[in-house]
Design a protein around this ligand. Structure first.
Ligand code: SF4
Ligand code: SF4
Length: 183
């Protein structure tokens, strides 16, 4: 049992077990251009120095919520060129950008930045999860991540705060740039 297991108990033991699941690499489906694209994007430059220690995964708070989320595996799959597997999953979009992995990675890979580089590649490929599209639409229409509801205004009133305009057009959204050409 590792140090994390001793601190957090059974929950982390379960995470360690889930990490032993095997991933099948289908050579004919590997796409070497995927790695090249990641390397070209800001944040993806250091991906190749990853030596698969797993510190990023053991540091990641998201894994306590979803044990299937595994930044070490995402980095490995990206290096191998497993484009279909990486981009067909929403996992890279789960990253909360907390930087716990980046602060602890002994190789300076910057895993949180690698996630951003992969997301940018996904956008170029026109692969954007519906939830992300909705956020962009909300910003475009309401100037906020979500539209204001009566509840929000009532809460503000209770706190003696002034009512907010429901829609504020503070963002000029370039949908093509944010969501890619194919969306
Ligand atoms: S901590 Fe860094 S070197 Fe270790 S697996 Fe994660 S990205 Fe790779
Ligand atoms: S930045 Fe993302 S991958 Fe890294 S620890 Fe935080 S949530 Fe996990």
């Amino acid at each position: 049992m590792g140090i994390s297991s001793q601190i957090l108990g059974e929950k982390v033991v379960r995470l360690a077990e889930s990490d032993t699941e095997k991933t099948v690499v289908e050579a004919e489906k590997l796409d070497p251009t995927f790695l090249r694209k990641i390397l070209r994007h800001p944040g993806g430059e250091q991906i190749l120095v990853c030596f698969q220690c797993g510190v990023c995964s053991s540091s990641c708070p998201l894994r306590l919520i979803n044990p299937e989320y595994n930044p070490r595996k995402i980095v490995k799959k990206a290096i191998l060129g497993m484009k279909d597997q990486v981009l067909s999953s929403d996992f890279v979009w789960f990253c909360a950008d907390c930087n716990a992995c980046t602060e602890r990675c002994p190789q300076g890979v910057n895993p949180s930045e690698v996630m951003k580089a992969i997301k940018n590649v996904a956008i170029e490929e026109g692969i954007v999860p519906a939830a992300v599209k909705k956020i962009v639409e909300n910003l475009e229409e309401h100037g906020r991540l979500y539209p204001l509801e009566d509840f929000n205004q009532e809460e503000r009133e209770m706190l003696d705060l002034p009512e907010l305009e429901p829609d504020v057009k503070v963002f000029k959204i370039d949908r093509k740039k944010l969501l890619g050409d194919k969306t």
